[in-house]
Ligand binder design. Structure first.
Ligand code: ADP
Ligand code: GLC
Length: 490
């Protein structure tokens, strides 16, 4: 199949979260099983320069909605996947991140910026630019691509369209005026289309009009049909149940390989676990923590957002730190949480290392050096960090929701006995429940190193590669295509 994969972030060119990792690794995995997967993303500031070593050539120049744009072609690093870069300096050549400026304020013209990405994706998939390539399947990701299914819906010759929800909490909601400014057909200003309680919703375009809707874990696919996780879209998602499914994300096992990770002080694997200690000492020294093998080192990495339960960590930590634990957090986001964590690090000097910012190498070294990884997300569509942790022998403590429930096996009596346990799961999103669960983990770490090592090995040997999930997407694409053909012939 020829697949066009559209995403607003692709690692290593632009990344604010797991979407970028998935957008880089799933296309590669699909290419590896025989498909042709071309990726489209905006050329934000610096992207064309970053792609230069891989070769960049101009494929098309045109004007859409008054915006002059150029389409460049490059490659995903280390792959045969084509990467198409949508260059429109007026909209994308800016300081800051893909969605907001340097002070964290959303770009006011985000609807225009991502509507352009959607229009270009729809045209490109149908070879409207004359590049000699037409997609069988167009795979869209998150609200930034939500208008694509709507734009293609009524077109006679079109690819099958798949829309993946990576996070339902981000819906691309804008005032009604944004809808009119985009000059979309007036009939789409309707609750059965883009209107959502008086606002324009990009994500509804994807959920309502795609041939298949997926999300990134089976548990999250079930959760979003309920009021607790559906963010107001649970009714629509129930209505779309027949085409909605969950496919668990994989991870890039070459980027996240503890045996050959250039960021680490020392490579290690399931048969050389003792070498992990070298990484613990190295990260303790790097962060200015006491180089003490007997202090349990807790780690956490991620966006400081309500989703991630940072406040639960801040609530549970004092007791754990008083009990002798050390803690490192790498993240950035909401200043409320940055403040709470900064206070904690002042209250526990030498025991808490706080690194505000984004640092890929440090993320790898924390995964390798920590003993326990805390991930108390209130909701988690999939989550990648718990899988990175499992692969690096760092046992995760997680809230049992979404992808966390699908990837971590709690160390209960039965799973310890049959050898399936890989981490620690709690079920109430509260600081007390997190604290209790982390204490359960720390106690096992201290008192039963053999059982701990067995769990580490189990986690490190679990297959989190894309192999199985790439096949699941392949089946889904084929089913969507078959249905489209059948409808056309009818
Ligand atoms: P989400 O997409 O909701 O942020 P995921 O767990 O799916 O959560 O993916 C987060 C990705 O971003 C992981 O690859 C993680 O290592 C990375 N990440 C998040 N924050 C940082 C940071 N401050 N520095 C380095 N990497 C980070
Ligand atoms: C989102 C989700 C995260 C998921 C990632 C990649 O950002 O919050 O759970 O792993 O997308 O699918």
């Amino acid at each position: 199949m020829r697949i066009l994969f559209v995403s607003s972030e692709v690692f290593p060119f632009a990344k604010t979260g797991g979407l970028a990792d998935v957008s880089a690794s799933l296309p590669r995995a699909l290419q590896a099983i025989g498909h042709q997967v071309n990726v489209l993303m905006p050329a934000y500031r610096g992207v064309l320069a970053a792609a230069q070593p891989l070769g960049v050539r101009l494929r098309h120049a045109t004007e859409i909605d008054g915006h002059g744009l150029r389409l460049f072609e490059s490659r995903l690093p280390g792959s045969r996947n084509k990467l198409w870069l949508l260059d429109c300096p007026a909209l994308f050549d800016r300081a800051g991140n893909p969605y907001h400026n340097e002070s964290g304020h959303d770009w006011p013209d985000n609807p225009v910026r991502f509507a352009l990405l959607c229009r270009v994706a729809a045209l490109l998939a149908c070879d409207a630019f004359g590049l000699g390539w037409q997609a069988d399947v167009l795979h869209c990701n998150d609200w930034q691509t939500g208008l694509v299914p709507l734009l293609l819906h009524e077109q006679a010759a079109r690819p099958a369209v798949v829309f993946t929800i990576h996070n339902l909490a981000y819906q691309g909601l804008f005032p009604e005026s944004a809808f009119h400014a985009l000059r979309l057909p007036a009939r789409h200003w309707h609750p059965d289309a883009l209107e959502f309680h008086g606002q324009m919703s990009f994500i509804k375009g994807g959920i309502v009009f795609a041939d298949r809707v997926t999300t990134v874990s089976p548990t999250y696919a079930a959760e979003i049909r309920t009021a607790a996780f559906g963010c107001g879209l649970e009714g629509l998602l129930q209505h779309r149940s027949a085409v909605l499914s969950g496919i668990l994300n994989g991870i890039d096992t070459s980027v996240w390989n503890p045996l050959r990770d250039p960021a680490l002080a020392q490579g290690f694997g399931a048969t050389s676990l003792t070498e992990k200690r070298v990484n613990k000492r190295a990260i303790q020294s790097e962060l200015g923590l006491a180089e003490d093998a007997d202090s349990v080192l807790l780690g956490s990495i991620g966006r400081l957002a309500e989703q991630k339960g940072v406040d639960l960590i801040a609530g549970a930590l004092p007791a754990l730190l008083r009990g002798g634990a050390q803690f490192v957090l790498l993240g950035s986001g909401d200043s409320r949480y940055e403040q709470a964590l900064a206070e904690l690090s002042l209250a526990f000097p030498g025991r808490v290392a706080l690194r505000l910012g984004y640092d890929e190498g440090l993320a790898h070294r924390i995964e390798a050096g920590a003993d326990i990884f805390l991930m108390p997300s209130r909701f988690e569509p999939c989550g990648l960090n718990q899988m990175y942790s499992l692969r690096y022998g760092t046992l995760p403590v997680v809230h049992g929701v979404g992808g966390l429930a699908d990837t971590v096996v709690d160390a209960c009596e039965a799973s310890m006995k049959d050898g399936s346990a890989t981490g620690f799961v709690f079920h109430e999103p509260s600081a007390a429940a997190l604290g209790e669960c982390a204490l359960r983990a720390i106690t096992l770490w201290r008192e039963n190193p053999e059982a701990w090592a067995r769990m580490q090995v189990r986690g490190m040997r679990t297959d989190f590669s894309w192999r199985a999930s790439a096949r699941a997407y392949e089946d889904l694409y084929a089913a969507a295509l078959a249905q489209l053909h059948a409808a056309r012939c009818a």
